[in-house]
Design a protein around this ligand. Structure first.
Ligand SMILES: [Zn+2]
Length: 123
């Protein structure tokens, strides 16, 4: 059984309101540390972890895409170079260029100053 609290003197207010169990019981949908959002227990835990992982991957891709768009706006020229590796496997490279070392420094300074703002909605 999973203890819902590691404390030696668990707070009875954290017990199941239906069967009063201090441990994971058949009523437990989800128990997770709100700050760490690490290992969870309860019948929803596996689905929660799966949903979180999918969303994190999707979010990471969206952030990378937005940063790439921002980097493109700092470039003087761009080229695309799809590399066909094995059949069905294509690396779709995007290459960004600046004219000289001064523009390079300017682009890097401007990129460092960018702020990534994230909005998350669950529907
Ligand atoms: Zn219960």
């Amino acid at each position: 059984m999973t203890r819902l609290s590691d404390s030696d003197d668990p707070d009875p207010a954290a017990n199941c309101p239906y069967c009063r169990s201090p441990d994971a019981c058949k009523h437990l949908l989800l128990s997770i540390d709100q700050d760490e959002l690490g290992e969870a227990s309860g019948d929803l835990a596996a689905v929660f972890a799966e949903k979180l992982e999918d969303a994190q991957q999707d979010l990471a891709h969206q952030i990378a895409r937005a940063l790439l768009d921002a980097a493109e706006r700092l470039a003087a020229s761009t080229t695309g170079s799809p590399i066909h590796d094995r059949p069905g496997l294509t690396w779709n490279y995007r290459n960004l260029y600046v004219r000289n070392t001064t523009d390079m420094r300017t682009a890097i300074t401007k990129f460092k100053a960018l702020k990534v703002r994230i909005t998350v909605a669950v529907e």
